[in-house]
Design a protein around this ligand. Structure first.
Ligand code: TYD
Length: 186
């Protein structure tokens, strides 16, 4: 099973991914908790761009995220799936489509670019609006500002292949909803 957790910066996805990881491990499942951008070479270069120390065209950034994803998929996700593991990934191709369209890149081009990517079993979207999210998290990277995240949020709402979970509730309530979704799949 391949679970993806998506949402704008500050939506609480790292916390929920960690809770899900611990919960599944506690039930004796073999689980891989992973994230994009990755910690590999391309991911490290992406971090430099996100910090503002390097600048590239938004289309180049989309290609970099997608290349980072290809490596992630081939070298980590697919082998883990073959080993029968449950994979939890913080972010996957919906992030590229939402964030890079918000940067002005053509949405269809981004969808086509990511067509190669294996479809997750489920993608959970933690629905938190930009105004709430910016108050929650420390915002230091280039995309971490209210105006931009509002655009990203609007892009996320256009997907029809994601499960929306209200992320405004308390941590436990949000996690109960996620557990409900995952329980039906395992
Ligand atoms: P994020 O999940 O926020 O990492 P961390 O919590 O470790 O800072 O991801 C970093 C940023 O990258 C975030 O602003 C979303 C952005 N991003 C894209 O713009 N496109 C993508 O394809 C991905 C995976 C992330």
């Amino acid at each position: 099973m391949f679970v993806v957790i998506e949402g704008i910066d500050g939506c609480g996805k790292s916390t929920q991914a960690r809770l899900l990881f611990e919960w599944l491990k506690g039930m004796d499942h073999d689980v891989l908790l992973t994230a994009e951008p990755t910690k590999n070479k391309i991911g490290i270069f992406i971090r430099e761009i996100l910090s503002g120390s390097e600048k590239v065209d938004p289309k180049t950034l989309a290609l970099l995220f997608t290349a980072d994803r290809y490596e992630h998929l081939e070298n980590e996700i697919k082998p883990a799936l073959s080993d029968g593991k449950i994979i939890i990934s913080e972010r996957y191709y919906h992030s590229t489509i939402a964030y890079q369209s918000a940067q002005g890149v053509n949405r269809e081009w981004l969808i086509d670019l990511n067509n190669y990517a294996l479809k997750p079993t489920v993608t959970i979207f933690l629905d938190v609006k930009a105004g709430v999210a910016v108050k929650r998290a420390e915002m230091t990277e280039i995309f971490e500002n209210k105006n931009f995240l509002e655009k990203v949020y609007t892009e996320y709402l256009r997907f029809d292949d994601i499960k929306r979970v209200d992320g405004n509730q308390g941590l436990e309530i949000v996690f109960d909803r996620i557990k409900g979704i995952i329980s039906e799949l395992i």
